[in-house]
Each structure stands twice: as C-alpha cells, then as structure tokens.
Design a protein around this ligand. Structure first.
Ligand SMILES: Cc1cc2nc3c(=O)[nH]c(=O)nc-3n(C[C@H](O)[C@H](O)[C@H](O)COP(=O)(O)OP(=O)(O)OC[C@H]3O[C@@H](n4cnc5c(N)ncnc54)[C@H](O)[C@@H]3O)c2cc1C
Length: 403
C-alpha cells in the first residue's frame, strides 16, 4: 500500500488529551490527529477542571484560551438528601494559584483546542479510525480506515490518546486490566440557577447521589445510579425522574424544560483501566487509554492534561536524540504513573463510601465527610489530593480521616 502522508507525530484520538498534546507539539513538528468521530458533537454534560489540570493547561500555554469557557467554583456544599448541610468543601483554602474548580462543557473545550491546534498548522483527519500500527526500523506505519478507504501514514512516533477502549493499546499487546465501575451515571444540562453563584452542590443518601454544578449559561447535573438500574429508572418515565430531581433540589424544578426526552440525558457506565506498560518502541499512550478511572474524583481529563504536558518534553528529547525507544519514552511513564495510580485508588475508595447502597460504607462515608469539613488541616489534605496536587497521603493523614 502507498503511504498517504508522513508526519513527525501521529496522535490517535482527538479528545482533550490528544488535542492538548497535538497543540503543544505542532509549533515544532508536523502533527496529524486521527479522529473517529465526524465532527464535534455538543456535549450534554459538564467537566470540572481542577488545580492540576489548570496548571497543566498553563504549562501548555492554553489556560488563557480555556478559562473564559468555564465557571469558577470555590465551594462544593454536600447535603444529605432531605436533610442538613454535611460539609462545605472550600477549595480556596488550597495554597495554590488555581484554588477552585472550573466547570465547562467538554465540547466547547475541544472546539477551542482544535482551533488552536489548527492555527499552529496541525492536521486533523475526522471520520478516520485507527486499525493497526507496524513498527519499522526508522518509522512506524499506521493503517487507518476512512469511509470505505484504507489509508497508510508513517510517523517517527505514534501516540494512543484514543480513550478507555484504546485500539492502539490493544494493537501494542500491552498487559491490560479493564473493569466496569460499580457506579453508573446520568448527565444532563439544565437552565442556570442563581443560587449556584461560586458554589456547587452535591446531595446524597444511601444509594443515591446528585450533583448540581454551574456552567456558562446553564447547570450541569449528574445523577448516580447503581449498575443495572437504568431500565427500571427509564420505565418509571421521564416526568417521574424530573420530579425526583425537583424533590431533591426544589430550585431546579422550573429549570429542566431543556430535558424533553431521554435523548437529552446521557447514560455512562464508566470503566477503570490499568496497563502494565504505557510505552513501547515508537509508541506511547495517554489519558483514559492508560488510566481511565472511576469519575468520583472528577480527575480523568485533568490527569490527561498532565500526561500531555509531560509527554511533550519526553517527545522533544526523543527528537533531539533520534532515540524513540521504549527505554527513552519510559521517562514519561515514570513521571506520571505514581500519581495516576494514587488517584485511581482514592477514586475507587470514595466511590465505595459515597455512591453506595451498603449501610456501613454509607455511614462511614458520612463520618469521614463530616470530620474532613470540621478540620481545616484535614480538609486541606483531602482537597490537595482530590485536586491532583499530591501522589500520596501520609500515614498520619490516613489515620486522621477515620479516627
Ligand atoms: C461520568 C463521567 C464524568 C466525568 N467528569 C469528569 C470531570 O468532571 N473532570 C475530569 O477531569 N474528568 C471527568 N471525567 C473523565 C474525562 O471525561 C475523561 O477522563 C477524559 O475525557 C479523557 O480524555 P482522553 O483524551 O484521554 O480520552 P477521550 O476524551 O475518550 O478521547 C478519545 C478520543 O479518541 C477517539 N477514538 C477512539 N477510538 C478511535 C480510533 N480507533 N481511531 C480514531 N479515534 C478514536 C474518540 O472518538 C475520542 O474523541 C468524567 C468521566 C465520566 C465517565
């Protein structure tokens, strides 16, 4: 097969991670992004960027473009459904320049990243799916499918930023563990709520959790439901579901008119991915392709952005030395693995204690949330971790959360 094009770098996947990496590399190298979707589809959900993701965007020289897309929130108030305030998590106590959440609509973020990538001369091939990669002595060749045509590209290095079901990862035969997370979610966008000025709210009860976060011109709602319950919920009807949301937070009742059918609500069954090696000769993986995680810490996109900002430096060094071996690329994996593993584990733990039907776990989760909210040092430790600013809890901190 003849080669359709040669590039320094081919990135498979034009999500947040692939686009941010492509943008950072495109001012020095020729970069092609292969994207399976035909276009950007407007998201029906929100995405919270935290201190680590905002810091990575700053390093990638993108924060100035992204900041106007989101709404800043420094307080997340946790209520028991039908009950009192359990905790007011105050992000402004973090000793960090980005001591807040920035919540935006992910398709808006993609639009800006794409625009910036294209301005730097990067190319995107849409409606194009990665099929396989073959390693040659001095390059890597990729076979892709666009409509009915099979095309081939060559590159010095390929990056798999193609999400939790990564085909690049499968093609590299890397040892991988994938499991479905026990907590499933529904997402939707409602009209704006005046009461959510600078704050977000999460309501929970045993086996139930609902979040209301402000985004530009609207309110992002997520609703947890245990695995296997979606058919029952839909069978009860959309009006019953909207009434349930309004019973939890009465102020939302007049704001749900944009949600006119189940098509306005996205159902997600998230996966958790861990991979034995993140790199191979002339290949690296980033983002959900290597560490998709339970969404309870709202960290997936943030960690993807951190991956991108580290991988840029490693790839530059590969070009400087002419060495694209797994050994050389390992520096990237070494810099990122510890924090991503820590956050994956903590997210699993939080999910077990907050989105749970288990009586004891629910009671324990409430105790930990109350205790964290009452003690500023503990709240600082918890928020520092959940905002992606550390890769461990000290033994003392671990004990203080529970005793
Ligand atoms: C319920 C839920 C809520 C979340 N909330 C948050 C949050 O508040 N904050 C946060 O930081 N994270 C959150 N996340 C996680 C976040 O959405 C992901 O971690 C992030 O989008 C991962 O980015 P990525 O670029 O690695 O992968 P993706 O965004 O999945 O992008 C992968 C891209 O690759 C393309 N692709 C796939 N296969 C191929 C192929 N064969 N060929 C070509 N292209 C291909 C896809 O079309 C896609 O565009 C949430 C996730 C879930 C499930």
């Amino acid at each position: 097969m003849t080669i359709t094009g040669s590039y320094d770098i081919v990135i498979v996947g034009g999500g947040v991670g692939g686009l941010a990496l492509g943008y950072a590399l495109a001012n020095k190298y020729s970069v092609l992004i292969i994207e399976a979707r035909p276009r950007i589809v407007p998201s029906k959900r929100g995405l919270s960027l935290q201190a680590n993701g905002l810091e990575a965007l700053q390093r990638l020289d993108l924060l100035e473009r992204v900041a106007p897309l989101g709404v800043k929130t420094s307080h997340v108030a946790w209520y028991e459904i039908g009950g009192n305030l359990l905790a007011d998590l105050d992000y402004s106590i973090l000793d960090h320049p980005y001591s807040y959440l920035l919540t935006l609509v992910p398709s808006e973020l993609e639009r800006v990243l794409r625009d910036q990538f294209s301005r730097r001369g990067g190319e995107i091939q849409e409606s194009t799916s990665f099929r396989e990669a073959v390693l040659h002595y001095d390059n890597v060749r990729l076979r892709v499918q666009r409509n009915t045509s099979s095309l081939e590209y060559s590159a010095s290095i390929i990056v798999g930023a193609d999400g939790e079901n990564s085909r690049v990862r499968n093609g590299l035969n890397l040892p991988t563990k994938i499991r479905e997370c026990p907590d499933h979610f529904l997402f939707m966008l409602a009209r704006p709520l005046d009461m959510l000025q600078g704050q977000a709210r999460q309501y929970f009860a045993r086996g139930k959790m609902v979040g209301f976060f402000p985004v530009l011109g609207g309110t992002y709602i997520f609703y947890y439901l245990p695995a296997g319950r979606i058919d029952d919920l839909r069978a009860r009807g959309l009006d019953a579901f909207k009434t349930e949301l309004a019973n939890i937070m009465p102020e939302i009742s007049g704001k749900l008119d944009r949600v006119t059918s189940w098509d306005d609500i996205v159902y997600v069954a998230p996966k958790r991915v861990s991979v034995g090696h993140w790199v191979a000769d002339r290949a690296a993986l980033l983002g959900d392709a290597v560490h998709a995680l339970d969404p309870s810490w709202a960290q997936g996109a943030n960690m993807t952005l951190q991956d991108s900002s580290v991988l840029v430096d490693t790839i530059e060094k590969c070009f400087q030395s002419g060495d694209f071996s797994a050994n050389r690329l390992k520096a990237y994996e070494n810099a990122r693995r510890k924090q991503t593993t820590f956050i994956q584990r903590q997210s699993d733990r939080t999910a077990r204690l907050t989105t749970t039907e288990n009586r004891f776990n629910y009671w324990l989760g409430k105790q930990i949330i109350r205790r964290t909210a009452r003690n500023k040092t503990l709240m600082q430790a918890a928020l520092k971790a959940s905002a992606g600013l550390t890769d461990h809890f000290s033994l003392r901190e671990q004990l203080r959360f529970i005793i």
